[in-house]
Design a protein around this ligand. Structure first.
Ligand code: SF4
Ligand code: SF4
Length: 463
C-alpha cells in the first residue's frame, strides 16, 4: 500500500528568512511541533522563568538573592554584598560571563540562543502560547487572517491587550531587581507623581517589551543582537550546531515513491514551517538560526511516520554532518582555556584582596595643622563602611609609640550591612616635641576577624 507522504504545499513558504531581499519583513507564524527537544526546552524555560520570578523574593543573609539597588549603590548577589567601590566586581562578573559564553559557543554552538536567552524564553514560553491560544495553530490563524472580518478583528484586539498586560507584568518582574519588593508595592499603590523615575522606567520597559514581543520578535536576533553576528568567528567545524545531513537527505524526493536512488528528505517543508526565523535548515548553517531545535523535532516526526531513522536534521558538528569525526580538543579551545585561566587567577587575587569593610582616613579640608595651647593639631575623618552582608562591630586602635596623642570619640562601633560612619580623629603633639612630619597607622579590627591598617601623616611647620 502506498504510504502518504506528509508533504505541505509550498505556497508562501520561502525558507529565506523573515526579512525579504527588499528589506521588508515577512512575519513568521511557526507551526506547532512536539518532540523530545520541545519538551526539554519547555522544562528549561519553566525553570528559568521560575528562577527569574523568585530570585528577588528569596532572601539569603537577610537580603534578596539578587538585588541591584542603583539608587543607594548597594548590590546583593546570592549572599555577597557590594557597594559602589566594588565596580571591579562587575568587571569580573561581565568578563566571566563573556568567557563562559565564548567557550560554550565553541563547544555547543548557539545553545544560549535556543535554550536560555531571555528573548527566546519569554517569547516561546509566554507570548507565543498566548498567540496560539487566541488565534489558533498556524493553518487556522493564516486562514483567519485571509478571511479578515469581525472574527479576525476581535482576536487581534484581545491578543494585543493580553500581550500588553503580560508585558506590564514582566516589566515589573524586572523592576523588583532594582527596587525592593515592598517598595515596588508601595509605589504601585501610590501616585506616579510621587516616584516619577520608577514610573517612567516601568512605562518605558512595558512599551519596549510589548513592542519587542508583539511585533519585533525574531528581528532582535537577526538584525540587532551582536552575539548572533559573532557566530561566524566563535563557531568552527567542530562546534555543535543544528544541521541537516545533506549526504543522507539528498536528492530530495518530494511525493515520489521511495526508491534506492533518492535521499531521505521528502521535501515536506515541516522543518521550514516550524522555524521561528522562517529559514530552511537544509540550506546550511545560517546567521538566522537560533538553534531552537524545532526543526529537529519536526523532521524526527516525519522520519517516524516514514519508518526511517531519526536524525536527518540533528545536533551535530559541521564535520560530523560531512561524515567525518568530530574533534572536541582543538587549538581554539587551548586559547580560550589560557584566557579563562588568566581570568580565574585575576579574579582569585581580586576576591582574596577584598575585605569585608572599608576604612579610609581623610584630612579635614582647610588648614593642614593648627597650633593650640602649644599643641600642634591635625584633624582627620575616619570613614568606616561595612561591606559584609551582616551587622559587624569594629575596634579602632591608635598607635602607641609615635609620640602622637589621638583623640577618637568612639573606638568601638557597630555598623549594619552596607552602612557607613564618619568618625572625627584629632591627632596632636606638643609643639616643642615636633621635629618633622610623622606617618602613622590606625589599626581597625572587625568582628569577623579581618583587619586593616589605615595610614596617614601628621604634618606641621617645617623644622
Ligand atoms: S534550529 Fe531549526 S527551526 Fe530553529 S531557528 Fe534554526 S533552522 Fe529554524
Ligand atoms: S529535512 Fe525533514 S522535515 Fe525538512 S523537508 Fe526534509 S524530510 Fe521534511
Amino acid at each position: 500500500m502506498a504510504r502518504k507522504l506528509p508533504v505541505l504545499s509550498d505556497e508562501g513558504i520561502t525558507g529565506e528568512g523573515s526579512l525579504g531581499r527588499d528589506g521588508r519583513r515577512r512575519a513568521p507564524y511557526p507551526a506547532d511541533v512536539t518532540g523530545r527537544f520541545v519538551w526539554a526546552r519547555r522544562i528549561v524555560f519553566a525553570v528559568l522563568l521560575a528562577l527569574w520570578a523568585a530570585l528577588p523574593w528569596i532572601h539569603i543573609g537577610g537580603h534578596p538573592a539578587v538585588f541591584l539597588d542603583i539608587e543607594r549603590r548597594q548590590f546583593f548577589l546570592f549572599g555577597a554584598t557590594a557597594n559602589a567601590q566594588d565596580t571591579w566586581f562587575l568587571f569580573f562578573c561581565l568578563t566571566g560571563m563573556g568567557f563562559l559564553l565564548i567557550v560554550a559557543t565553541a563547544l555547543l554552538g548557539r545553545v544560549w540562543c535556543g535554550w536560555a536567552c531571555p528573548q527566546t524564553v519569554f517569547l516561546e514560553a509566554l507570548f507565543r502560547p498566548i498567540e496560539r491560544l487566541i488565534n489558533g495553530p498556524r493553518n487556522v490563524a493564516l486562514k483567519r487572517k485571509q478571511q479578515g472580518g469581525v472574527d479576525r478583528l476581535w482576536r487581534t484586539i484581545v491578543t494585543q491587550v493580553v500581550y500588553f498586560i503580560v508585558a506590564f507584568i514582566v516589566a515589573h518582574g524586572f523592576l523588583v531587581y532594582f527596587v525592593s519588593v515592598p517598595r515596588l508595592f508601595a509605589m504601585m499603590r501610590g501616585s506616579p507623581g510621587a516616584h516619577p523615575e520608577a514610573f517612567a522606567w516601568a512605562a518605558v520597559m512595558t512599551v519596549l517589551l510589548y513592542g519587542n514581543f508583539a511585533f519585533f520578535r525574531e528581528q532582535l536576533c537577526v538584525v540587532i543582537c551582536p552575539y548572533g553576528r559573532l557566530q561566524s568567528v566563535l563557531i568552527d567545524d567542530d562546534s555543535l550546531v543544528v544541521g541537516y545531513d545533506e549526504r543522507r537527505g539528498e536528492p530530495r524526493a518530494r511525493g515520489k515513491k521511495r526508491t534506492a536512488d533518492v535521499g531521505d528528505c521528502v521535501d515536506c517543508l515541516r522543518c521550514v514551517v516550524v522555524c521561528p526565523t522562517a529559514i530552511d535548515i537544509r540550506e546550511g548553517l545560517q546567521l538566522d538560526c537560533i538553534a531552537c531545535t524545532a526543526c529537529i523535532d519536526a523532521c524526527d516526526e516525519v522520519m517516524d511516520r516514514l519508518g526511517l531513522p531519526r536524525g536527518l536534521v540533528r545536533y551535530d558538528s559541521l564535520r560530523g554532518l560531512r561524515g567525518e569525526k568530530r574533534r572536541i580538543i582543538r587549538p581554539r579551545l587551548f586559547i580560550y582555556s589560557a584566557l579563562v585561566t588568566i581570568w580565574v587567577v585575576g579574579a582569585t587575587f581580586a576576591f582574596r584582596a577584598r575585605t569585608s569593610f572599608e576604612a579610609t582616613i581623610i584630612r579635614f579640608p582647610g588648614l593642614p595643622y593648627t597650633l593650640y595651647d602649644d599643641n600642634l593639631q591635625n584633624r582627620f575623618r575616619l570613614r568606616m563602611f561595612n561591606k559584609a552582608g551582616n551587622r559587624q562591630s569594629y575596634v579602632i586602635d591608635p598607635p602607641t609609640s609615635t609620640g602622637l596623642t589621638f583623640d577618637i570619640p568612639i573606638t568601638n562601633i557597630e555598623l549594619d550591612s552596607l552602612a557607613g560612619l564618619d568618625i572625627p580623629v584629632t591627632v596632636s603633639i606638643n609643639d616643642k616635641a615636633f621635629s618633622g612630619d610623622k606617618p602613622f597607622l590606625l589599626h581597625v579590627t572587625a568582628s569577623d576577624g579581618q583587619e586593616k591598617h589605615v595610614s596617614a601623616t601628621f604634618v606641621g611647620p617645617k623644622r
